[in-house]
Design a protein around this ligand. Structure first.
Ligand code: MG
Length: 231
């Protein structure tokens, strides 16, 4: 086992429970904007459709096919359009509210704070996240994550998204960390783990659903609590 000194965490779906927080926000918006009156019968239909559209848009954004502005301008518009609601103003308002409300949500994965408290006494902790700086910072502050971390590297700051090697090297440089002292923890097999492996960092794959895979990784956990036995 390497002599680790720096632990780099992914944020969304690893510490911050993105799905739970997003769902809570969409539930509020469904009520506030009375989307039932526009013909969307059930909240579940709305959330399912939004997820499909949003995943598609993020995929395009990651590939560099669309900009952040286009992503924000179209994800709710296209969602509503799938219910035959052609209402750009309503879509823009919902997007605005979503952006304001969702980062304020504070649901974390089980044991997140307890484990970070434990790790922060022995290691320097940092974040490497594909996301917008302003948004990720609100999430970390509101949910109580912020005090545990020394550096927060976003793809917006680094200029590239994970798994681009540039963002991992940038993060290590920023933290003053050597490869052999560093380990990356994340829920995305390719983006976090294979990405880190490619620059010579060790990896912990956070795989709560125990999805089978073929990659050779340093460690794998299904629960953040397991980090206390690893480190
Ligand atoms: Mg993630």
């Amino acid at each position: 086992m390497n002599n680790y000194q720096h632990i780099f965490f992914d944020l969304d779906h690893t510490l911050w429970d993105f799905n739970k927080n997003s769902r809570e926000t969409l539930e509020e918006l469904f009520e506030i904007y009375s989307l039932k009156n526009y013909g969307i019968e059930a909240f579940e239909d709305f959330v399912k459709t939004y997820k499909i559209v949003n995943d598609l848009k993020w995929d395009q954004y990651r590939k560099g096919e669309i900009t952040k502005e286009v992503l924000r301008a179209t994800r709710f518009y296209d969602t509503l359009l799938r219910f035959e609601i052609d209402h750009p103003e309503l879509a823009a308002e919902i997007d605005q509210e979503y952006i304001l409300r969702s980062p304020q949500k504070t649901n974390l994965f089980p044991h997140a704070l307890e484990v970070l408290g434990y790790l922060s006494e022995k290691y320097a902790l940092h974040i490497i996240t594909n996301g917008f700086t302003e948004v990720q910072d609100i999430k970390m502050t509101k949910s109580g994550l912020k005090p545990f971390f020394t550096h927060e590297i976003t793809s917006e700051i680094a200029g590239v998204n994970k798994p681009d090697p540039v963002i991992f090297r940038y993060a290590m440089q920023k933290a003053g960390a050597k490869r052999k002292e560093s380990i990356m923890i994340g829920d995305n097999l390719q983006v976090d783990c294979v990405g880190a492996r490619r620059v010579g960092m060790d990896q912990v794959y956070f795989n709560p659903d125990k999805v089978p895979h073929q990659e050779k990784l340093t460690f794998e956990i299904a629960n953040l609590g397991e980090l206390k036995t690893l480190f």
